[in-house]
Design a protein around this ligand. Structure first.
Ligand code: PLP
Length: 477
């Protein structure tokens, strides 16, 4: 391909890196560049087109983060071979997708997560060496009993480590007998549903709230009543009025998903008192309490549970990585036998090996070290994103100062629709989510949910924020 075809137009008001990025995408869509083709290095293209290296680098980074390019270190950068299907299916118009067109799902194994991707921890900072050592050690030494008849409640040393960790860090006093290891959070919900709930029963659900929990419970035959969330968390009084006959409540008290507020102490006490009086089960989803940037970590709702109505769930998805599919459920001591009976009829937490590795990871101090490191790393990466959004968007976005978690919520100060904007962003490789999509009832609240954990530099955050700004400005779709 003639490199002059990539030459940006300096008179246009579109930034040079963005023009370069688009030229490459166009070249791929038109077949001028094929999957597997090697592209010039940043240095040589910058010199050929007389551009700053940083400009070319920014375009290459965008192309790599969207899966168009694969970087292979000293072997150079190539057009991803995963693009074959995409090129066959799309013409250039589709490549510059409209909000209605599907997002190009072309992340290859070597790709970084998409910019702003929600729910993902910093994958680049995962301690792979320690993890690999523990894998080797456990493959060599796993006891026969664990290899032959694993406990369906989970690997006992892991359950003990979780109980100890929860006592120290979440104020939860429990024995390992009360801890059940599950296949992700949905494994925990499934266990609760089969043990304590009947199909058709009613439960409160935070609105806005975690979509996957809603979908899972509705699919399992539960009836969910949306209860509004304000700056003190779920509105318990509204819940008592709208869902007086509820059998369960599902809440994220430490860091409401997705609004980020904490359930106030008066509401916690009110909820627990009501649950005790009405024999209601409270499912506490404590999915990312480990990450807090100011103030003290809040104790879990479970730590106040005198009436023994709280079923506490935690996950390793945010503190380690979601592909592990490991979470846990802590049940009141009085319910342990019931849960033990149910687990014999469910698939359980899966393979023993990852459980044994996580147990060692916790016991040998890697877990505490990793959390300390991640807290400080996330505080930095969160600043990258908040600064980048403030710099590029000014007053068009109102970034909410959340005390914890690994995403930010930014309200739109413009009249733009968050759903259209997020669909446009998604179609252009930015994994931003619309707050309205997390809501059951229509409301005037709209905003953008953005993950920050995988912005490794301030520049990366700025490049992504500028891309969003361009899309917002043009609303080109
Ligand atoms: C609100 C909320 N709850 C729970 C989870 C944990 O889900 P899992 O353990 O299935 O990965 C997540 C993960 O993103 C979440 O966002």
């Amino acid at each position: 391909m003639n490199l002059q075809h990539l030459m940006p137009n300096r008179k246009k008001d579109v930034p040079i890196y963005l023009q370069l990025y688009r030229r490459y995408r166009e070249a791929i869509a038109l077949g001028k560049l094929s999957p597997g083709d090697r592209v010039p290095s940043v240095r040589s293209l910058a010199s050929e087109l007389n551009l700053a290296r940083g400009t070319v680098e920014a375009a290459y980074q965008m192309l790599a983060s969207e899966g168009y390019f694969v970087t292979r270190g000293a072997a150079g950068t190539i057009v991803s071979s995963e693009l074959v299907k995409l090129v066959e299916q799309n013409n250039p118009v589709h490549m510059f997708a409209s909000p209605a067109s599907p997002r190009p799902q072309i992340q290859s194994a070597t790709c970084k997560p998409l910019p702003f991707q929600l729910g993902l921890p910093a994958l680049d900072a995962f301690p792979r060496k320690a993890w690999a050592r523990l894998a080797g050690r456990n493959v060599r030494t796993l006891e026969t009993v664990a290899m032959t008849c694993p406990d369906p409640a989970g690997y006992e040393p892991l359950r003990r480590s979780i109980a100890t960790y929860l006592g120290i860090s979440r104020g939860i006093s429990c024995s390992h007998e009360q801890v059940f290891v599950t296949a992700g959070y949905r494994g925990a919900l499934e266990l609760v549903r089969h043990t304590l709930l009947q199909v058709g029963q009613t439960g409160w659900y935070e609105d806005p709230g975690y979509i996957l929990a809603r979908q899972f419970l509705e699919h399992a035959g539960m009836r969910l009543i949306p209860i509004p969330v304000d700056e003190e968390g779920i509105d318990v009084r509204a819940g008592q009025q709208r869902g007086a006959d509820a059998s369960f409540v599902i809440v994220t008290p430490t860091h409401q998903s997705p609004m980020g507020v904490a359930l106030s102490l008066p509401r916690r006490l009110e909820l627990l008192e009501w649950a005790k009086r009405r024999n209601v089960w409270v499912i506490e989803d404590d999915y990312d309490s480990e990450f807090r940037y100011h103030g003290h970590p809040l104790p879990a709702l479970k730590s106040l549970d005198r009436g023994k109505r709280v079923l506490y769930t935690g996950t390793f998805s945010k503190v380690l990585f979601p592909g592990l599919r490991l979470a846990y459920l802590v049940v009141p001591a009085s319910q342990v036998l019931k849960f033990r009976e149910t687990i014999n009829h469910l698939p359980g937490p899966g393979s023993i090996l990852p459980q044994a590795m996580v147990a060692d990871f916790m016991e040998q101090g890697h877990f505490a070290r990793h959390l300390r490191k991640m807290r400080s790393l996330y505080a930095t990466r969160r600043r990258y994103l908040v600064d980048a959004l403030t710099q590029t968007m000014g007053t068009r976005l109102n970034v909410q100062p959340q005390a914890g978690g690994i995403h930010v919520l930014a309200h739109l100060n413009t009249s733009q629709c968050d759903k259209t904007l997020s669909a446009t962003a998604e179609a252009n490789g930015l994994a931003i989510q619309a707050l309205s999509n997390w809501q059951v009832k229509k409301s005037s609240q709209s905003g953008l949910l953005m993950g920050f954990a995988n912005f490794t530099t301030a520049e990366e955050a700025i490049v992504s924020a500028q891309r969003l700004e361009t899309l917002m400005g043009h609303q080109y779709v």
